[in-house]
Design a protein around this ligand. Structure first.
Ligand code: AMP
Length: 185
């Protein structure tokens, strides 16, 4: 977990690779569906373009399907899910049905003002017009309102590992792996 721009996707791929489990990114699955113009993609696009969350029913059904695939049988790393309280409930149910349990929730900590500045600079440099300043700022507001409260839920369950997300990719990955070891111990 972590605010938009904190590097969740990058870290998820590195860590899943190191742990030998698939990274399941709801954002990537939505983007692939948008690209292929599937019915799911057409529905999700409206929300994504505005910086809003895709409705829980749609997202939960998609995650349920994905986690039933064979490669998720021995574990997985979720990137960008859960993001709302109802999604936490659905994840609990899916895990219980599969006889799995959650090992840890990793939160990448970063100053949202710094992240917004960086994303705005990048959008300008890359000439990207798909992400307007308004949408970039709106995503942070949605994160603070909908997703940040989940950190407390997982902290109360003693499953939350908070890691400084500022630094080189390798550096942050090492911090996460070290922090996960402390949780095991
Ligand atoms: P991401 O790449 O994780 O930032 O996701 C890109 C976009 O996909 C988000 O801004 C949302 O519109 C949508 N999305 C990804 N994951 C979720 C989720 N768990 N719940 C609702 N919408 C999501």
């Amino acid at each position: 977990m972590g605010p938009p721009g904190a590097g969740k996707g990058t870290q998820a791929k590195v860590l899943a690779d190191r742990l030998g489990i698939p990274a399941v990114s709801t954002g990537d699955i939505f983007r692939a569906n948008v690209k292929d113009e599937t019915p799911l993609g057409l529905e999700a696009k409206r929300y994504m373009d505005a910086g809003n969350y895709v409705p829980d029913e749609v997202t939960n059904a998609m995650v349920r399907d994905r986690l039933s695939e064979a490669d998720a049988g021995e574990g997985f790393l979720l990137d960008g899910y859960p993001r709302t309280l109802p999604q936490v409930g659905t994840l609990d149910a899916i895990l219980a049905e599969h006889g799995h349990s959650l090992d840890a929730v990793v939160a990448l900590v970063a100053d949202t003002d710094v992240l917004v500045d960086r994303m705005l600079r990048r959008a300008k440099v890359d000439g990207r017009t798909d992400d307007s300043e308004e949408v970039i700022r709106h995503r942070q507001v949605v994160y603070a309102a909908e997703t940040k409260p989940l950190l407390r839920v997982y902290a109360q369950r003693n499953q939350l590992v908070e890691v400084d997300g500022v630094g080189e990719v390798e550096e942050v990955s090492e911090r996460v792996l070290t922090a996960l070891k402390t949780l095991e111990g």
